[in-house]
Design a protein around this ligand. Structure first.
Ligand code: HEC
Ligand code: HEC
Ligand code: HEC
Ligand code: HEC
Ligand code: HEC
Length: 264
């Protein structure tokens, strides 16, 4: 993640958390190499944008400008005692993502990670610091790194299946976002959505899909997203029917045949 525009960098820098001495000192270090690049990744990551302090993942004392004091307890990720070592990431990340942690702990991956140190850990699939989520086309390659003939895990077709499933997960997420936009739009036009609590239910089901995904339980994941998708579809159909039966609001009347905008 290099090649940021100066404007974006300035924006991120000015948004640095107050009293965040780790970031202040590290942001001024050269940006190349494992140490420098990580800070650039942090700046564009969801965690950087949420202004999470470095110490929340690495430990240390983020009130001190003195390197030796600030680094107390901070260790290289390769050190088994480090909070960001492959084996400890689940607990470190899971402190803020407890549902994912609970699910992950029940997976074969967690067992393999704890016992043999060969299972994937959080950053295997989320890049350093969880700055992203794998794209569907990257999932297969990630799984295949271990699930292949002669690899550390058996090759039972999970890789391809997971990649296909992720495409469906992403399209379900899109459908839910679209439904959210529809609800917002309808509220603005004073159209009451029949049974709009179904959207809440669909969101919950989608959250459940994230959990079963981290358990690496494909059939449960598929069931959750299918049910979420069904609810969203029903809601949309009811909404369309309801709108046709009512006097449409002035704005919508001008273009009754036009598709509604997907959002702001
Ligand atoms: C005054 C500057 C300064 C401050 C403050 C600082 N660091 Fe560093 N940090 C460095 C430098 C320079 C390195 C490169 C290695 C070295 O010189 O120790 C580094 C290295 C690291 C490393 C690589 C592993 C290691 O131990 O070398 C991590 C992780 C790290 N810092 C995290 C943090 C965190 C978390 C904080 C705040 C709690 C922090 N740093 C505060 C300057 C600083
Ligand atoms: C969301 C958790 C998270 C946050 C926040 C975070 N890091 Fe990291 N950091 C990690 C993980 C995990 C690694 C290990 C790299 C990997 O697994 O790819 C890492 C690696 C590093 C490294 C490379 C050396 C090593 O130990 O591998 C440095 C240096 C570092 N982080 C500094 C920082 C600084 C400075 C900040 C704040 C600006 C920060 N980190 C914020 C999770 C985080
Ligand atoms: C101190 C709390 C904290 C820690 C520790 C933490 N996260 Fe996060 N994480 C957050 C917050 C806050 C968000 C943003 C949530 C939002 O905006 O919806 C987030 C977002 C994410 C997302 C994106 C979710 C989405 O809906 O797009 C992923 C993936 C993620 N974190 C993975 C990780 C990983 C992997 C680690 C460990 C390396 C980690 N997190 C450590 C607080 C944390
Ligand atoms: C083998 C790959 C893999 C591993 C290992 C993995 N994840 Fe994920 N994770 C994904 C994928 C793919 C998604 C996107 C699917 C989704 O949104 O449900 C995701 C989604 C997430 C989200 C967003 C969930 C939401 O509700 O939108 C968070 C947070 C997260 N992971 C955290 C973690 C943490 C913490 C760990 C370590 C305990 C971890 N992940 C381990 C692949 C993985
Ligand atoms: C770092 C190596 C590694 C990566 C990457 C990895 N796995 Fe695994 N996986 C393992 C190990 C080790 C096991 C347990 C031993 C076994 O089942 O062969 C396992 C077991 C599993 C199981 C349970 C197997 C069963 O038959 O019950 C599933 C499902 C699974 N992985 C799916 C995935 C998917 C999907 C991905 C990619 C998103 C993935 N794995 C990525 C190492 C990995």
């Amino acid at each position: 993640m290099i090649g940021l525009t100066a404007g974006l960098l300035a924006l991120v820098a000015s948004a640095a958390p107050r009293g965040e001495t780790c970031y202040k000192c590290h942001a001024a270090l050269p940006r190349e190499g494992a140490i420098g690049e990580h800070v650039s990744e942090y700046e564009v990551s969801i965690h950087g944008r949420a202004k999470l302090g470095c110490d929340l993942c690495h430990g240390g004392d983020s009130t001190s400008n003195e390197k030796t004091i600030a680094h107390k307890g901070v260790l290289f990720s390769s050190d088994e005692r480090s909070t960001v070592n492959a084996k400890h990431q689940p607990e470190t990340c899971g402190g803020c993502h407890p549902n994912v942690l609970e699910a992950f702990k029940r997976s074969k991956h967690s067992q393999a990670l704890v016992t043999a140190g060969i299972g994937p850990t959080c950053t295997t699939c989320h890049t350093a610091m969880g700055s992203g989520i794998l794209k569907a086309e990257e999932v297969a390659a990630t799984c295949k790194a271990c699930h292949k003939p002669g690899g550390v895990a058996k090759d039972s077709g999970q890789a391809l299946y997971a990649a296909r499933l992720l495409v469906e997960v992403t399209s379900t997420q899109r459908a839910i976002r679209l439904a959210e936009a529809l609800v917002k739009y309808s509220e603005k036009c004073n159209v009451k959505i029949p049974g709009s609590n179904r959207l809440t239910e669909a969101r919950a089901l989608f959250g459940g899909a994230a959990e079963s995904w981290h358990m690496f339980d494909p059939s449960r994941t598929r069931e959750s997203i299918n049910n979420a998708l069904k609810l969203v579809d029903e809601m949309r159909l009811d909404l369309e029917a309801d709108r046709q039966g009512k006097q449409p609001p002035a704005k919508a009347e001008k273009h009754p045949a036009k598709k509604q905008p997907a959002g702001p």
